[in-house]
Design a protein around this ligand. Structure first.
Ligand SMILES: *[C@@H]1O[C@H](CO)[C@@H](O)[C@H](O)[C@H]1NC(C)=O
Ligand SMILES: *[C@@H]1O[C@H](CO)[C@@H](O)[C@H](O)[C@H]1NC(C)=O
Ligand SMILES: *[C@@H]1O[C@H](CO)[C@@H](O)[C@H](O)[C@H]1NC(C)=O
Ligand SMILES: *[C@@H]1O[C@H](CO)[C@@H](O)[C@H](O)[C@H]1NC(C)=O
Ligand SMILES: *[C@@H]1O[C@H](CO)[C@@H](O)[C@H](O)[C@H]1NC(C)=O
Ligand SMILES: *[C@@H]1O[C@H](CO)[C@@H](O)[C@H](O)[C@H]1NC(C)=O
Ligand SMILES: *[C@@H]1O[C@H](CO)[C@@H](O)[C@H](O)[C@H]1NC(C)=O
Ligand SMILES: *[C@@H]1O[C@H](CO)[C@@H](O)[C@H](O)[C@H]1NC(C)=O
Ligand SMILES: *[C@@H]1O[C@H](CO)[C@@H](O)[C@H](O)[C@H]1NC(C)=O
Ligand SMILES: [Zn+2]
Length: 652
């Protein structure tokens, strides 16, 4: 439901204060005056009408910045700004079952048991219920190595059974039918680790990820979680993404490499075990490691990638999530909201807590990544606010974090659909949220590192800096460890070292296309130059497409309409060219929406164009690219049928 009357949005959200109303009113009046003047030619110096500039930059007292350094000002977008309010609504938490869970894992006295909650049996059936359990394991096939599981035959269970393996499926039935099916995960078998005799302090790392969550969307959809994080964690206000989607951003953080660099040793042709993940280094330093991700079809290392040959971490929960997704599922916006009687997200939060609590006495490193409630709908996270808050503030979890540095974060903001055609959508997409918890013990032991960290929260930061921070933590815990620096960003540093005040996106390997430091003014999208830039972008898309073997299946795109155009300030370079860049969103025929940043060098009426970074695709293109196998090509493709493809093939 879209709330047209914003007052109905909810009492918690204080976004529409009287001050805001006044502000918007003034803005609208000014915008109307300028529109009028522009229309009558007053401001029409070139073909650019500087309408957008008025709204964005002429009233400086209205602009707050997330960070305001000498080389980088990132606007602090209003999460409820006028341009996106029509796309905002609230989603309810819907439990996956009305009944309590009939089975659960009990860890006590050093034993791990699967138990039936007998007090619930009568709720499930008035007849007698019998249950059985199976061992779930991954199949090490050469081909489908990471995406197949198998079950042992179902063994009857009376009240409880001792477990020796990590993933278990339970089926309970009465004489007529199944009344309950579920899967559980636990931390078995316990890895054998040599006791750590070194005197150095090994800090644990907990990474909890929510895909596609911007700073603003966290504030907007998860106000309770946001408040808790603000009170107990510290935000990196100037954290900017470095690549388009999950893979480049998560890999920057986990390996320190750019996607181009990964090609040589971590291409899609080899299994992902060779990708030099930082968890390998933690494991080599005696840490117990874990990695889990929900929504298996789009998992970072499985979607268009070969997955892992061997489990990459001590605890690898992919088989568990595969098994959970074989249960009856309830989809919300195409994602597995419920698998069996539990939500995917709560499964994740439960195993994250189980892992952290179980290994609180030893160094541990865990990555728990959630897609299921945030990836495909910008509002659905509101359904999970309570659950995430409940996890973060859980007493058992919090009391297990005395030696743990925790990151609660995302990889990028929302990437598709209507919200992306707006100014706020542009900004949000590039600004994932990231909150870090530094335990007291660390603050006391390393006051200087901690004060550097606080300074750095006001600077431009990237996932590469986070990678370097992991290296710092490895070094703190092991004096013979030689810290590696991020290869993708040679100028990046650990967040425990003071970062230069004058950092630019260029300094830290952020392409202009993803950079939020400079802003832009909106200009008339009907201008000749803007039109030419649109043609240039679509040409680039077609050229890129034509480098692929499967190119015949894809239509050639043509410009249909420029949806919006932003322009930077300009400067004159040493060749006396006027240089500026444009951020252009172009709609094409056949139907697709692309966004790119193009640098324009102008001299003597001649304009030269250069692409700055990637081209983004803003429409949802899964449906129209089903004919294509190569995942990289899909972004530049529109499948338009066998006949047209055959003709293209024949005429070359
Ligand atoms: C940003 O920094 C500049 C230079 O320090 C200062 O003049 C300006 O007032 C700051 N703007 C805001 C909104 O803090
Ligand atoms: C068993 O179910 C009852 C009734 O729902 C519940 O109160 C109790 O907490 C459950 N026990 C466990 C260990 O989950
Ligand atoms: C569970 O399955 C795995 C792989 O098939 C096997 O190694 C393990 O021994 C099994 N455990 C039990 C208790 O069946
Ligand atoms: C589980 O293990 C404990 C300790 O070894 C043993 O006493 C108990 O009988 C076992 N329970 C079952 C159901 O096998
Ligand atoms: C320290 O790191 C090295 C590798 O860098 C590893 O071989 C060694 O076991 C580690 N020592 C400890 C105590 O973790
Ligand atoms: C940033 O400042 C440092 C000194 O603090 C200076 O050496 C460096 O050249 C500056 N970099 C840029 C890009 O201005
Ligand atoms: C751009 O041109 C189209 C058709 O020529 C027109 O409908 C539209 O109003 C124009 N937009 C602006 C912002 O001038
Ligand atoms: C730079 O270009 C401007 C106008 O485009 C011209 O007036 C000026 O003479 C040029 N300067 C140089 C050094 O070429
Ligand atoms: C997709 O195409 C690119 C460029 O041709 C190639 O490098 C890559 O290996 C291909 N990927 C797959 C999965 O075939
Ligand atoms: Zn993502």
């Amino acid at each position: 439901m879209i709330f047209s009357d914003r007052r109905t949005f909810g009492i918690d959200s204080n976004f529409i204060s009287g001050g805001h109303l006044k502000k918007y009113l003034i803005l609208i009046i000014i915008a109307v005056i300028f529109l009028y003047m522009a229309h009558t030619g007053h401001w029409q110096k070139t073909e650019m009408i500087r309408i957008g500039q008025v709204i964005m930059t002429q009233i400086p007292q209205n602009i707050n910045y997330l960070i305001n350094t000498s080389k980088c000002r990132i606007p602090d977008a209003d999460p409820f700004s006028e341009d996106i309010i029509q796309y905002i609504s609230q989603e309810k938490y819907e439990p996956c079952t009305k009944l309590g869970l009939l089975t659960y894992i009990d860890k006590s006295n050093g034993m791990v048991r699967l138990r039936i909650n007998s007090s619930l049996l009568s709720e499930y059936s008035s007849m007698e219920i019998t249950c059985c359990y199976s061992n779930i394991t991954r199949i090490n096939y050469v081909k489908a190595v990471d995406n197949e599981i198998k079950l042992t035959p179902c063994t009857p269970i009376q009240k409880e059974v001792n477990l020796t393996f990590p993933f278990v499926k339970v089926v309970c039935s009465n004489i007529l039918k199944n009344v309950y099916t579920n899967v559980h995960a636990t931390t078995l078998p316990t890895p054998r680790k040599v006791p750590d005799v070194s005197s150095e302090k090994k800090y644990s790392i907990l990474l909890v990820g929510i895909d596609s969550m911007s700073k603003s969307n966290l504030r907007r959809t998860m106000p309770k979680t946001y408040q808790y994080l603000n009170q107990n964690y510290i935000s990196l206000k100037g954290y900017n993404k470095i690549g388009d989607n999950t893979f480049p951003n998560l890999m920057a953080l986990l390996t320190g490499y750019s996607v181009a660099q990964l090609q040589t040793f971590c291409s899609t042709k080899v299994k992902m075990n060779h990708c030099r993940f930082v968890w390998d280094a933690f494991r080599a330093s005696g840490y117990t490691t874990a990695y889990a991700e929900d929504e298996c079809a789009i998992s970072t290392f499985n979607y268009d990638r070969p997955g892992f040959q061997d489990p990459p971490t001590d605890f690898y929960y992919h088989p568990y999530f595969l098994a959970s997704e074989t249960l009856p599922t309830k989809k919300r916006y195409d994602m597995t909201f419920c698998s069996g009687p539990e939500t995917s997200a709560e499964r994740m939060l439960n195993i994250a807590k189980d892992f952290v609590v179980s290994f609180k006495q030893v160094p541990n490193f865990g990555l728990f990544w959630m897609n299921s409630f945030s990836h495909d709908n910008v509002n659905l996270p509101s359904a999970m606010d309570e659950a995430v808050l409940g996890f973060l503030s859980d007493g058992d979890l919090v009391s297990s974090l005395h030696n743990t540095i925790v990151l609660v974060f995302s990889d990028h903001g929302f990437r598709f659909g209507d919200i992306r055609y707006t100014h706020s959508g542009w900004l949000e997409e590039r600004l994932p949220f990231i909150y870090i918890y530094i335990p007291d013990d660390f603050r006391k032991r390393f006051p200087e590192k901690y004060s550097n960290f606080l300074v750095n929260t006001e600077r431009l930061t990237t996932p590469y800096d986070v990678f370097n921070t992991f290296q710092d933590i490895l070094e703190i815990g092991n004096s013979s460890y030689v810290a590696a620096r991020s290869h993708g960003c040679p100028n990046c540093r650990s967040l425990f070292q003071e970062l230069p005040e004058n950092r630019t996106c260029h300094d830290v390997s952020i392409d202009q296309h993803w950079c939020t430091c400079n802003g832009h003014h909106y200009v008339n999208s009907n201008g000749t130059l803007v039109r030419l830039i649109g043609e240039f972008i679509v040409d680039e898309v077609n050229k890129l497409k034509n480098t692929f073997e499967e190119k015949w299946f894809c239509a050639n795109f043509a410009v249909k309409k420029i949806k919006s155009a932003g322009m930077s300030d300009s400067y004159v370079n040493d060749r006396n060219e006027t240089v500026r860049y444009f951020l252009v969103i172009v709609a094409t025929d056949p139907k697709a929406i692309f966004e790119a940043t193009v640098e324009v060098h102008s001299r003597n009426g001649v304009d030269e164009f250069r692409l700055l970074g990637d081209i983004s695709r803003l429409d949802r293109y899964a449906e129209v690219t089903r004919c294509i196998k190569n995942g990289t090509l899909r972004k530049y493709c529109f499948c338009d049928g066998c006949i047209k493809s055959a003709i293209r093939y024949l005429i070359g």
